[in-house]
Design a protein around this ligand. Structure first.
Ligand SMILES: [Zn+2]
Length: 94
């Protein structure tokens, strides 16, 4: 498997707090998976600053897991705050 998973889960297990700092390897993995595009407005890294977002916020029981991470630009991340994007709801049977 990808070494990035190993790094990620080791870090996760070592951390007692739910909100961990996302390791750089995982950030790169998510960025590459999402092709360096904001998953909300579609802007690329050339046009904007990208950040990693929890699809389901940690405050709502979301996990520090790659399947719960997506690429968002700074603007979309700011606008999202604590609500769940309805487009992702179906993946999680909420
Ligand atoms: Zn965006």
């Amino acid at each position: 498997m990808y070494p990035v998973w190993k790094v990620f889960f080791v870090t996760k297990e070592m951390s007692k707090t739910p909100r961990i700092r996302i390791p750089p390897e995982v950030r790169i993995y998510v960025f590459q998976r999402d092709k360096y595009q904001c998953q909300s407005c579609g802007k690329t890294t050339v046009e904007t600053n990208l950040s990693i977002d929890h699809i389901i916020p940690l405050a709502r029981g979301g996990q520090n897991d790659i399947s719960n991470l997506q690429t968002l630009c700074f603007t979309c991340n700011q606008q999202k705050t604590d609500k769940i994007d309805p487009r992702f709801r179906r993946y999680f049977q909420l």
